[in-house]
Design a protein around this ligand. Sequence first.
Ligand code: HEM
Ligand code: HEM
Length: 189
Amino acid sequence: MRFISNFKNNQSSFGWVAIITHWLLAILIIGLYFLGDYMIDLGYYDQWYTLAPKIHEAVGILVLAFMVFRIIWRRTNIEPTPPASNSKLVNLASKIAHSVIYILTFVILISGLLISFAGGQGLEIFDWFTIPGPAEFFENQASTAGEIHELAALALMALVILHALAAFKHHFIDKDTTLSNMLGIKEKQ
Ligand code: HEM
Ligand code: HEM
Protein backbone atom coordinates (compact mmCIF):
# COMPACT_ATOMS: atom_id res chain seq x y z
CA MET A 1 0.00 0.00 0.00
CA ARG A 2 1.38 3.41 -0.95
CA PHE A 3 0.20 6.90 -0.04
CA ILE A 4 -0.24 9.87 -2.35
CA SER A 5 2.29 12.70 -2.12
CA ASN A 6 0.26 15.63 -3.51
CA PHE A 7 -1.07 18.43 -1.28
CA LYS A 8 -3.41 19.76 -3.95
CA ASN A 9 -6.04 17.68 -5.72
CA ASN A 10 -5.25 16.29 -9.15
CA GLN A 11 -7.25 14.43 -11.83
CA SER A 12 -6.90 11.07 -10.10
CA SER A 13 -6.83 11.88 -6.36
CA PHE A 14 -7.70 14.28 -3.58
CA GLY A 15 -4.63 16.00 -2.09
CA TRP A 16 -3.69 15.92 1.60
CA VAL A 17 -5.27 19.31 2.38
CA ALA A 18 -8.72 18.15 1.18
CA ILE A 19 -8.27 14.78 2.91
CA ILE A 20 -7.12 16.10 6.29
CA THR A 21 -9.79 18.83 6.42
CA HIS A 22 -12.48 16.26 5.44
CA TRP A 23 -11.64 13.87 8.30
CA LEU A 24 -10.94 16.63 10.82
CA LEU A 25 -14.31 18.22 10.07
CA ALA A 26 -16.05 14.83 10.14
CA ILE A 27 -14.66 14.14 13.65
CA LEU A 28 -15.42 17.65 14.96
CA ILE A 29 -18.96 17.78 13.53
CA ILE A 30 -19.92 14.30 14.78
CA GLY A 31 -18.34 15.17 18.16
CA LEU A 32 -20.36 18.42 18.34
CA TYR A 33 -23.54 16.52 17.63
CA PHE A 34 -23.05 14.19 20.61
CA LEU A 35 -21.79 17.00 22.86
CA GLY A 36 -24.85 19.14 21.95
CA ASP A 37 -27.20 16.25 22.64
CA TYR A 38 -25.49 15.55 25.98
CA MET A 39 -25.20 19.11 27.24
CA ILE A 40 -28.83 20.20 26.86
CA ASP A 41 -29.92 17.70 29.54
CA LEU A 42 -27.34 18.78 32.12
CA GLY A 43 -28.64 20.07 35.46
CA TYR A 44 -27.52 23.40 36.93
CA TYR A 45 -25.34 21.69 39.56
CA ASP A 46 -23.59 19.42 37.10
CA GLN A 47 -19.88 20.25 36.77
CA TRP A 48 -20.22 20.33 32.94
CA TYR A 49 -23.19 22.74 32.98
CA THR A 50 -21.14 25.83 32.06
CA LEU A 51 -18.10 24.21 30.47
CA ALA A 52 -19.82 21.91 27.95
CA PRO A 53 -21.63 24.74 26.07
CA LYS A 54 -18.39 26.79 26.11
CA ILE A 55 -16.52 23.90 24.47
CA HIS A 56 -19.44 23.35 22.04
CA GLU A 57 -19.41 26.99 20.95
CA ALA A 58 -15.62 27.29 20.68
CA VAL A 59 -15.29 24.09 18.64
CA GLY A 60 -18.26 25.28 16.55
CA ILE A 61 -16.37 28.46 15.65
CA LEU A 62 -13.36 26.32 14.71
CA VAL A 63 -15.61 24.22 12.45
CA LEU A 64 -16.91 27.42 10.82
CA ALA A 65 -13.33 28.55 10.09
CA PHE A 66 -12.34 25.14 8.65
CA MET A 67 -15.51 25.03 6.54
CA VAL A 68 -14.77 28.43 5.00
CA PHE A 69 -11.18 27.35 4.33
CA ARG A 70 -12.34 24.02 2.83
CA ILE A 71 -14.74 25.75 0.45
CA ILE A 72 -12.11 28.21 -0.72
CA TRP A 73 -9.65 25.32 -1.18
CA ARG A 74 -12.27 23.33 -3.09
CA ARG A 75 -12.99 26.28 -5.39
CA THR A 76 -9.31 26.82 -6.17
CA ASN A 77 -8.58 23.10 -6.79
CA ILE A 78 -9.68 20.72 -9.49
CA GLU A 79 -11.98 17.85 -8.52
CA PRO A 80 -10.70 14.31 -9.08
CA THR A 81 -12.57 12.51 -11.87
CA PRO A 82 -15.09 9.99 -10.45
CA PRO A 83 -14.46 6.28 -11.19
CA ALA A 84 -15.41 5.42 -14.79
CA SER A 85 -17.72 2.68 -13.49
CA ASN A 86 -20.00 5.28 -11.80
CA SER A 87 -23.28 5.84 -13.60
CA LYS A 88 -24.32 9.43 -14.40
CA LEU A 89 -27.04 9.06 -11.78
CA VAL A 90 -24.55 8.10 -9.04
CA ASN A 91 -22.36 11.10 -9.91
CA LEU A 92 -25.36 13.42 -9.82
CA ALA A 93 -26.66 11.93 -6.55
CA SER A 94 -23.27 12.34 -4.87
CA LYS A 95 -22.95 15.95 -6.08
CA ILE A 96 -26.40 16.74 -4.67
CA ALA A 97 -25.66 14.91 -1.38
CA HIS A 98 -22.36 16.80 -0.93
CA SER A 99 -24.07 20.16 -1.60
CA VAL A 100 -26.82 19.35 0.91
CA ILE A 101 -24.13 18.39 3.48
CA TYR A 102 -22.49 21.80 3.00
CA ILE A 103 -25.82 23.65 3.20
CA LEU A 104 -27.00 21.80 6.34
CA THR A 105 -23.65 22.38 8.04
CA PHE A 106 -23.93 26.14 7.43
CA VAL A 107 -27.55 26.15 8.62
CA ILE A 108 -26.36 24.48 11.86
CA LEU A 109 -23.44 26.88 12.28
CA ILE A 110 -25.51 30.02 11.65
CA SER A 111 -28.46 28.88 13.82
CA GLY A 112 -25.95 27.96 16.56
CA LEU A 113 -24.52 31.48 16.41
CA LEU A 114 -28.05 32.91 16.54
CA ILE A 115 -28.82 30.92 19.72
CA SER A 116 -25.66 32.20 21.37
CA PHE A 117 -26.21 35.80 20.20
CA ALA A 118 -29.84 35.89 21.36
CA GLY A 119 -30.53 38.83 23.65
CA GLY A 120 -27.70 40.73 22.01
CA GLN A 121 -25.01 39.08 24.12
CA GLY A 122 -21.53 38.41 22.75
CA LEU A 123 -20.04 34.97 22.32
CA GLU A 124 -17.32 34.41 24.91
CA ILE A 125 -14.61 32.02 23.80
CA PHE A 126 -13.56 30.87 27.29
CA ASP A 127 -11.79 33.82 28.94
CA TRP A 128 -9.84 34.33 25.79
CA PHE A 129 -11.85 36.75 23.69
CA THR A 130 -15.46 37.71 23.01
CA ILE A 131 -17.06 37.84 19.58
CA PRO A 132 -19.39 40.87 19.87
CA GLY A 133 -23.06 39.95 19.41
CA PRO A 134 -25.30 41.90 17.05
CA ALA A 135 -28.71 42.91 18.43
CA GLU A 136 -31.48 40.26 18.28
CA PHE A 137 -32.63 39.76 14.69
CA PHE A 138 -36.09 38.38 15.45
CA GLU A 139 -38.44 37.57 18.34
CA ASN A 140 -37.91 34.33 20.25
CA GLN A 141 -34.55 34.07 18.53
CA ALA A 142 -33.07 31.53 20.97
CA SER A 143 -35.94 29.06 20.75
CA THR A 144 -36.57 29.40 16.99
CA ALA A 145 -32.87 29.12 16.16
CA GLY A 146 -32.66 26.25 18.68
CA GLU A 147 -35.37 24.28 16.83
CA ILE A 148 -33.66 24.86 13.48
CA HIS A 149 -30.28 23.91 14.99
CA GLU A 150 -31.66 20.65 16.38
CA LEU A 151 -33.56 19.64 13.21
CA ALA A 152 -30.69 20.50 10.87
CA ALA A 153 -28.23 18.59 13.09
CA LEU A 154 -30.50 15.52 13.01
CA ALA A 155 -30.90 15.76 9.23
CA LEU A 156 -27.12 16.12 8.78
CA MET A 157 -26.43 13.04 10.89
CA ALA A 158 -28.96 11.00 8.86
CA LEU A 159 -27.34 12.16 5.62
CA VAL A 160 -23.84 11.44 6.93
CA ILE A 161 -24.88 7.86 7.74
CA LEU A 162 -26.08 7.46 4.12
CA HIS A 163 -22.88 9.16 2.92
CA ALA A 164 -20.71 6.69 4.89
CA LEU A 165 -22.80 3.72 3.69
CA ALA A 166 -22.34 4.93 0.11
CA ALA A 167 -18.56 5.14 0.68
CA PHE A 168 -18.53 1.55 2.01
CA LYS A 169 -20.62 0.34 -0.93
CA HIS A 170 -18.09 1.89 -3.34
CA HIS A 171 -15.24 0.24 -1.46
CA PHE A 172 -16.54 -3.23 -0.68
CA ILE A 173 -19.12 -3.88 -3.39
CA ASP A 174 -18.07 -1.81 -6.41
CA LYS A 175 -14.41 -2.15 -5.31
CA ASP A 176 -13.54 1.26 -6.77
CA THR A 177 -11.19 4.03 -5.57
CA THR A 178 -13.76 6.40 -3.99
CA LEU A 179 -12.91 5.66 -0.33
CA SER A 180 -9.16 4.99 -0.87
CA ASN A 181 -9.01 8.41 -2.56
CA MET A 182 -10.39 10.08 0.58
CA LEU A 183 -7.84 8.14 2.68
CA GLY A 184 -4.83 9.17 0.57
CA ILE A 185 -4.17 5.58 -0.57
CA LYS A 186 -2.67 5.17 -3.99
CA GLU A 187 -4.08 2.22 -5.89
CA LYS A 188 -1.68 -0.11 -7.73
CA GLN A 189 -1.78 0.65 -11.45
C1 HEM B 1 -19.79 14.80 9.58
C2 HEM B 1 -19.20 13.94 8.79
C3 HEM B 1 -18.89 14.14 7.34
C4 HEM B 1 -19.02 15.23 6.54
C5 HEM B 1 -19.55 16.63 6.93
C6 HEM B 1 -18.56 14.86 5.21
C7 HEM B 1 -18.56 15.71 4.09
C8 HEM B 1 -18.11 15.38 2.84
C9 HEM B 1 -18.16 16.25 1.68
C10 HEM B 1 -18.76 17.65 1.66
C11 HEM B 1 -17.58 15.58 0.66
C12 HEM B 1 -17.40 16.10 -0.79
C13 HEM B 1 -15.97 16.41 -0.98
C14 HEM B 1 -15.80 17.76 -1.54
O1 HEM B 1 -15.89 18.73 -0.78
O2 HEM B 1 -15.58 17.83 -2.74
C15 HEM B 1 -17.17 14.30 1.14
C16 HEM B 1 -16.53 13.34 0.40
C17 HEM B 1 -16.28 12.06 0.83
N1 HEM B 1 -16.56 11.55 2.10
FE1 HEM B 1 -17.36 12.54 3.64
N2 HEM B 1 -18.16 13.56 5.23
C18 HEM B 1 -18.35 13.07 6.51
C19 HEM B 1 -18.08 11.80 6.96
C20 HEM B 1 -17.63 10.77 6.16
C21 HEM B 1 -17.49 9.39 6.59
C22 HEM B 1 -17.84 8.87 7.99
C23 HEM B 1 -17.01 8.68 5.50
C24 HEM B 1 -16.69 7.23 5.30
C25 HEM B 1 -16.69 6.28 6.18
C26 HEM B 1 -16.83 9.63 4.41
C27 HEM B 1 -16.32 9.33 3.17
C28 HEM B 1 -16.20 10.20 2.12
C29 HEM B 1 -15.64 9.84 0.81
C30 HEM B 1 -15.15 8.46 0.40
C31 HEM B 1 -15.70 11.00 0.01
C32 HEM B 1 -15.28 11.16 -1.46
C33 HEM B 1 -16.50 11.03 -2.30
C34 HEM B 1 -16.22 11.25 -3.78
O3 HEM B 1 -15.07 11.22 -4.21
O4 HEM B 1 -17.23 11.43 -4.50
N3 HEM B 1 -17.24 10.89 4.84
N4 HEM B 1 -17.51 14.19 2.47
C1 HEM C 1 -21.70 21.58 12.92
C2 HEM C 1 -21.63 22.08 14.12
C3 HEM C 1 -22.64 21.84 15.23
C4 HEM C 1 -23.39 20.73 15.53
C5 HEM C 1 -23.42 19.39 14.80
C6 HEM C 1 -24.21 21.07 16.67
C7 HEM C 1 -25.12 20.23 17.29
C8 HEM C 1 -25.93 20.54 18.37
C9 HEM C 1 -26.93 19.68 18.96
C10 HEM C 1 -27.29 18.28 18.48
C11 HEM C 1 -27.51 20.36 19.99
C12 HEM C 1 -28.66 19.88 20.89
C13 HEM C 1 -29.95 20.40 20.28
C14 HEM C 1 -31.21 19.88 20.94
O1 HEM C 1 -31.40 18.65 20.98
O2 HEM C 1 -32.03 20.73 21.37
C15 HEM C 1 -26.87 21.66 20.07
C16 HEM C 1 -27.18 22.65 20.98
C17 HEM C 1 -26.60 23.89 21.01
N1 HEM C 1 -25.66 24.40 20.14
FE1 HEM C 1 -24.82 23.39 18.61
N2 HEM C 1 -23.95 22.38 17.04
C18 HEM C 1 -23.00 22.89 16.18
C19 HEM C 1 -22.47 24.16 16.18
C20 HEM C 1 -22.79 25.16 17.07
C21 HEM C 1 -22.26 26.52 17.08
C22 HEM C 1 -21.28 27.09 16.05
C23 HEM C 1 -22.83 27.18 18.13
C24 HEM C 1 -22.64 28.60 18.58
C25 HEM C 1 -21.59 29.30 18.42
C26 HEM C 1 -23.72 26.26 18.79
C27 HEM C 1 -24.48 26.55 19.90
C28 HEM C 1 -25.35 25.70 20.52
C29 HEM C 1 -26.12 26.05 21.70
C30 HEM C 1 -26.08 27.38 22.43
C31 HEM C 1 -26.90 24.92 22.01
C32 HEM C 1 -27.87 24.77 23.19
C33 HEM C 1 -29.26 25.03 22.74
C34 HEM C 1 -30.25 24.86 23.85
O3 HEM C 1 -29.89 25.09 25.00
O4 HEM C 1 -31.39 24.49 23.52
N3 HEM C 1 -23.68 25.03 18.13
N4 HEM C 1 -25.93 21.74 19.06
